[in-house]
Design a protein around this ligand. Structure first.
Ligand SMILES: Cc1cc2nc3c(=O)[nH]c(=O)nc-3n(C[C@H](O)[C@H](O)[C@H](O)COP(=O)(O)OP(=O)(O)OC[C@H]3O[C@@H](n4cnc5c(N)ncnc54)[C@H](O)[C@@H]3O)c2cc1C
Length: 396
């Protein structure tokens, strides 16, 4: 540690292992950031609200731009062993007639596989990169106060600590964000979705199948030994959706769908295992304030319609780790500015694509869905490859 003898910063300059970093949220971005920082010799603390890592969760798809970061963490082979690569994506209309079948093989040849994985399994893989001693489970942050040079944190267990930097990785409804930035509204997409698991023998291939209706969507996403279903509808924001009666409501919304949808609905029983949420994204003017920075969904939640949220969270964590590894406690603002300017254009691009995908898959009138289904005839595999290439080629 070196004392600064000039300028306005009158604290010892800390970097590497000396820099006091708190990561709030030990989910996808928090664990990735903690693992990468620990690999570089830092000793961040992670505060995770959950009492333990559980087994509830949905399927996610990792793009190669996100999964390649697990190579540097020594976790990539585990990801390949646990997840399921896919290369075919089929789109059907609601009657169960195929609109188009796409192969992303050219893209995966160039960038690496698209991998579907059960979220708790991805969390378990990422945890292997993080010293368990540094994760405080069942812990949240109650208060954050900052001076120009330090952040003063009060934890839910009453503990008070001082940090050089606090990183909010606590998800789309981040409390870190609201404590530091005040109320920042999420943007509601007009869509709400349910996700659940069904018997894997309902769909025997490793292909993704999506059924596009009018203002309704049902996607079937396989991963190793499991089959995940997303059902979504257009509806007003905040429409109540109690657990009780959930199965009946899903059946009602999708009763006219064909293909394997009737078999899926017939197997639906345990309402408590159906996850439901509004589809929101988030755009903020600034991702940091003083010595508190946001990463992952807390800074830039993405609609699940293009399946990019996890990859964006992992990419952002990698860029933040990269910038912090060149920073110290005095020049932290410069690192945070660089992090944000490196990430913002790419994140906005993916958010825009996800909004556009939502409009297409959820065309909300009969005429629009008819036109969409007609136009799909001309949306060739070549165009589809071009779309994926544009999503994956950017430097992060
Ligand atoms: C139904 C659904 C399907 C999705 N499908 C996909 C997909 O196919 N592909 C994809 O890429 N993305 C998908 N996403 C989005 C993806 O899940 C998120 O983008 C991703 O998890 C963001 O990672 P994160 O680390 O920012 O937040 P999270 O993974 O949500 O992690 C936040 C962590 O913070 C903890 N936490 C919360 N509050 C506090 C607090 N106050 N104090 C301490 N800890 C706290 C939470 O317990 C959690 O562990 C989907 C999302 C949903 C809802």
């Amino acid at each position: 540690m070196k004392k600064v003898d000039s300028g306005t910063y009158n604290m010892p300059v800390r970097y590497g292992p000396e820099m006091r970093i708190l990561i709030v949220g030990g989910g996808i971005s928090g664990l990735t950031l903690a693992g990468l920082l620990q690999q570089r010799g830092f000793r961040p603390t992670v505060a995770e609200r959950a009492p333990e890592y559980g087994s509830m969760g949905y399927i996610i798809v990792l793009w190669p731009s996100g999964s390649r970061i697990l190579k540097g963490l020594g976790l990539y082979q585990k990801l390949l062993d646990t997840g399921l690569p896919f290369s075919t994506y089929n789109v059907w209309n609601e009657k169960g007639e195929m609109l188009r079948s796409y192969s992303v093989e050219t893209v995966t040849e160039k960038y690496g596989p698209m991998i579907s994985i059960y979220r708790p399994e991805l969390i378990n893989i990422l945890r292997e990169a993080v010293d368990p001693e540094t994760i405080r489970m069942n812990t949240t942050v109650e208060k954050i106060r900052q001076s120009r040079d330090e952040v003063f944190v009060t934890f839910s267990d009453g503990r008070e600590e001082v940090y050089d930097l606090v990183v909010g990785c606590d998800g789309v409804r981040s409390k870190t964000r609201s404590m530091v930035f005040g109320h920042v509204p999420l943007t509601y997409s007009g869509m709400k979705g349910w996700s659940f698991w069904v018997k894997s023998n309902l769909h025997k291939t490793a292909h993704i199948a999506e059924y596009w209706g009018t203002g309704k969507f049902l996607g079937v996403w396989p991963t190793k030994g499991r089959l995940s279903v997303f059902t979504s509808i257009r509806c007003p924001e905040g429409m109540p959706e109690p657990i009780e009666g959930r199965v009946g409501r899903i059946e009602e919304h999708f009763k006219d769908f064909g293909g394997i949808v009737p078999d899926i609905l017939a197997g639906l029983d345990d309402e408590s295992q159906i996850y439901c949420d509004d589809y929101n994204d988030l755009r903020m003017d600034k991702w940091y304030k003083g010595r508190v920075v946001l990463s992952g969904d807390s800074a830039h939640a993405v609609l699940p319609t293009a399946g990019g949220g996890v990859s964006m969270a992992i990419e952002s964590a990698a860029v933040l780790a990269d910038e912090l590894s060149r920073a110290d406690s005095k020049y932290i603002a410069h690192a945070l500015e660089s992090y944000e300017s490196r990430r913002r254009p790419r994140v906005i691009k993916i958010q825009d694509q996800s909004r556009m995908m939502g409009k297409v898959a959820f065309a909300n009138s009969r005429i629009l869905s008819y036109l969409r289904n007609y136009v799909m005839r001309f949306y060739s595999n070549k165009l589809h490859i071009k779309y994926w290439d544009s999503m994956l080629k950017d430097p992060i």
